[in-house]
Design a protein around this ligand. Sequence first.
Ligand code: SAH
Length: 343
Amino acid sequence: MVGVETAKPVLWELSPGDWEKWMHQMEEPSYRAQQVWQWLWHRGVASPQLMTDLPVSLRRKLEESFDHSEPTLLHMSESRDGTRKLLWLMPKGGQVETVWIPHSQRYTVCVSSQVGCSLNCRFCATGQLGLERQLTGYEIFLQVYAVKYRLGLPVTHVVFMGMGEPLLNYTSLIEAIEGLTTRLGMSARRLTVSTVGIPKGIRRLADRKEPFELAFSLHSAIPHKRQMLIPLAAHIPLEEIREALVTYCQKRMEWVTLEYVLLKGVNDGREDAQALRRFVAPPLRAKVNLIEYNPVPGLSFEPSPRMEAFREELLREGLIATIRRSRGADISAGCGQLARHIR
Ligand code: SAH
């Protein structure tokens, strides 16, 4: 059609089968498909010009046929603890942040699943941005690819805890998990999906076979308090989320993690610990991860000084509870601080 530019297929999205089909159409031997795959996913080379064991004519055809654009790094800041925060311009537009967190032998990439976020959780900086758009699956896993191959940093774990709510972008989440496992060769056990609690999405995850981990952002087991912190909670009864989590544990024979940001004077008292204990009763199998609050400018919440004491209370109640210390807070790279303000 005159005047209408049709978008080229995206190189990152092709499966091994798609590559074989394409090579066949181009009258190329099928082993070329594996060669491209090797370049892309094992060597981190995406520019056809650089795929030096392919004939020049094929490189040209690849270049003409596919879009292989990558996120552009706009800014990188490094924390005193080694954590790095990366600000990307995505190929399809929109800016998102990714955080790389080194911790002894563990190197975790925290990816964004949406540009902005629609949830508006009261204690989170990302919520103030609103939702700009969904990320595609490959835009999610390219964040990890870029950390690994463009910045040359090691990656052992990926958490879906950056900007956005992964279960409100379900198809892309699954595509990203697929990409990380089948293309980047990561074990799904090293991937953690974190959700505000979307029952339908949790049930869908329950039927998946990949052994990823699930974390649920509970923050309070007392419904009216949770609603005060998370506006969406007013529309989804906590009991319904709990039932979905139980289904998840039963179908997958797994535990879930309950994330709990400890806020001074808000959710760190005795009644809060007791409500948590009731929430965790069987058949739910859950461990609690207490998260240190990262202050957000303009918000009045404060980190609780009762971290250890609250944990002790939970342990006395028979719960399993761990503490997640804040990382990268000096560069606003901590949980809930991703708001694209450059520091
Ligand atoms: N939408 C997903 C992932 C987002 S963020 C979810 O809700 O789980 C990952 C975690 O960081 C969530 O548990 C979120 O509630 C928490 N978080 C948000 N703001 C925070 C802050 N300022 N300090 C510490 N944790 C925060």
